[in-house]
Design a protein around this ligand. Structure first.
Ligand code: GLY
Length: 388
């Protein structure tokens, strides 16, 4: 008997692929997700700190991206509540805010610029004196000379969120097939056939689907060869450290050089480098040294914590550092992409999932998505591919 085609096949079980798959199941679609490794093993979200900071990543901000991030931010509490209810799991979602701190004069100028940027967008951000900063975080270093409390910057634990999403997808009737990579796609009848290859070298399977969503994260050479439409994606390396011990802070602490993301269970994530190094998985002595030095400068107590993990991950980036979310060709062709979320995969997951589901399940394109059309690089043949 030939299996019925799925309504939607999602290639990629990272945060974007799983968030989208979950939303598709909520709209009544039958969903199959193909993940090349185990959920959380390779993708950016397994390494990410989990900041939901719609206006704090000013250096990469773009008005359209900020608009999308603000929409996602508005959806976050309810989205998390739905995933936690559907999975029966918690995700470490915290709304305690980010405390930006200044340790030298340049930082004060930066914080003033950031306050104005946040205020213009209606976000809650207030400048604090050194005493006010220390009142909120007594273990900060004595050289911290002021700060900015961004109450609308939140955080979630991306590893727990991924596992909760996976459970929510399966409880919603979806199937997640791990250790299975997509080797190629073909148009077939009204839909698509995906050539799926298992890691254990079992014979490849042909998976039929009415609509196909490619959510590849930072794809390796195999997927890039099979999908020329992704050839503009590049990995941007980030090195990150995980410490563990006494809880030293309640807020995410940031300077322009480092972020410290505390979790209630005693984990403290320090991040992150931004490096154009291709798929270089090495953790370097220099990066570890720099992250620890900058973090210790603002929070000396980190020296007593255990260093439990040092890891490199890859942010998926397109040439303009904006995501590509939408259809490839006409919506009726049934081929969609959600890629290139760069530093903002965790922050943009809810809005990406909702808008993609509007498009994939109901054929409705929200104007919010217009700047993120995957075909915006069509003159060069692929999203993000450099113009000659
Ligand atoms: N979103 C934080 C980072 O990419 O390092």
């Amino acid at each position: 008997m030939t299996a019925q085609p799925a309504d939607v096949c999602v290639i990629g079980g990272g945060i974007i692929g799983l968030a989208a798959a979950h939303e598709f199941t909520q709209r009544g679609a039958s969903v199959t997700v193909l993940e090349a490794a185990a959920v959380g093993e390779r993708g950016a979200a397994g390494v990410a700190a989990g900041m939901i900071a719609p206006a704090s990543e000013v250096d990469v901000s773009h008005p359209d991206l900020t608009r999308l991030a603000l929409a996602s931010h508005g959806e976050y509490p309810d989205w998390i509540a739905r995933i936690e209810a559907a999975s029966g799991m918690t995700t470490g979602f915290e709304q305690s805010g980010t405390l930006w701190v200044a340790v030298h004069r340049d930082h004060h100028a930066w914080l003033e610029q950031l306050r104005a940027f946040q205020a213009e967008r209606g976000l809650d951000a207030v400048r604090l004196t050194a005493a006010e900063v220390r009142e909120r975080e007594p273990l900060l270093a004595p050289n911290v000379s002021g700060g900015l409390l961004a109450r609308d910057d939140w955080q979630v634990d991306p590893r727990r969120l991924l596992q909760a999403l996976a459970v929510a997808v399966e409880r919603g009737g979806g199937t997640i097939t791990e250790h299975t990579a997509a080797d190629g796609i073909e148009r077939s009848g009204e839909g698509w056939t995906v050539l799926a290859r298992r890691e254990d070298d079992a014979p490849p399977e042909h998976i039929r689907t009415r609509r196909l969503v490619v959510a590849p994260g930072a794809p390796g050479p195999g997927l890039l060869d099979a999908f020329p439409l992704l050839s503009g994606l590049r990995p941007v390396k980030g090195q990150i450290l995980r410490l563990h011990g006494d809880v030293l802070a309640r807020h995410v602490i940031r300077t322009p050089e480092v972020y410290l993301v505390p979790r209630a269970d005693g984990e403290l994530v320090l991040g992150a480098t931004v490096e154009e190094m291709g798929f270089d998985r090495r953790v370097t002595a220099g990066a570890v040294h720099d992250l620890l030095r900058e973090a210790r400068r603002v929070m000396p107590g980190i020296a007593e914590l255990e260093l439990v993990e040092a890891r490199a991950g890859f942010r998926p980036a397109l040439r303009d550092h904006l995501p590509a979310i939408g259809s490839i060709g006409a919506t009726e062709d049934g081929l969609f992409v959600a890629a290139g979320h760069y530093r903002n995969g965790v922050a943009l997951a809810p809005v990406t999932a909702r808008l993609l589901a509007d498009l994939v399940c109901e054929g409705r394109a929200d104007p919010l998505l217009a700047p993120f059309d995957p075909m915006r690089f069509a003159h060069s043949g692929a999203p993000g591919e450099a113009t000659p």
